[in-house]
Design a protein around this ligand. Structure first.
Ligand SMILES: [Zn+2]
Length: 188
């Protein structure tokens, strides 16, 4: 089975165990949640990003795009060319010093995003950029997509962000200490 020409069979089957809100009761007596709704994987996803966006958000949604100078070159600028009709608002972070997932940066990004009342937050990047996009999403309730520019980063599908504070990683939004392994566990 394919959706929109992309292979999403396994993830769709996985989601069947969850309610439409993404919750599932478990034998461990906790409720597990998954926030991710769709994964597009395959050749030509970037080329078809315009039609994917239109199918979900109509002809001219307001989209706030977060990238850094590297991910902008890798995929962000092409993505923006493909999103014809969308009202685009861009934040391109400097490549150096490398952006970090801090509460200060996430707060500044949240204010920028809120100024333009977007229908969608769209981050372009790997772990750091997608975590920053998720933090803005978690704090504003706005839907969030990520165009991934690196493989095998659990940040794309985990339900929390890893935040650095004084050299220690915390999970956002619950503020608990978290390793990367705990973060992925929390999403499932
Ligand atoms: Zn469980």
């Amino acid at each position: 089975m394919e959706e929109d020409g992309f292979h999403s069979y396994h993830f769709k089957n996985f989601l069947k165990a969850y309610s439409p809100q993404g919750a599932r009761a478990c034998s461990c007596e906790r409720e597990h949640r998954v926030a991710t709704r769709s994964i597009y994987l395959g050749e030509g996803v970037l080329k078809r990003s315009g039609e994917i966006l239109t199918a979900k958000f109509g002809a001219s949604p307001a989209v706030w795009v977060l990238s850094d100078e590297n991910t902008e070159k890798a995929a962000g600028s092409e993505l923006k060319r493909r999103l014809k009709g969308a009202r685009l608002h861009s934040t391109v972070l400097p490549a150096l010093p490398e952006p970090k997932t801090t509460y200060a940066l996430a707060g500044a990004l949240r204010r920028q995003a809120e100024e333009v009342s977007p229908d969608l937050l769209l981050s372009v990047g790997g772990g750091t950029i997608s975590d920053l996009g998720k933090m803005v999403s978690l704090d504003t309730g706005l839907p969030n997509w990520c165009l991934s520019t690196s493989p095998s980063v659990d940040a794309y599908v985990s339900g929390t962000s890893a935040v650095n504070r004084e050299g220690t990683a915390y999970r956002h939004p619950d503020g608990r200490l978290g390793s990367s392994a705990q973060r992925s566990g929390s999403a499932l």
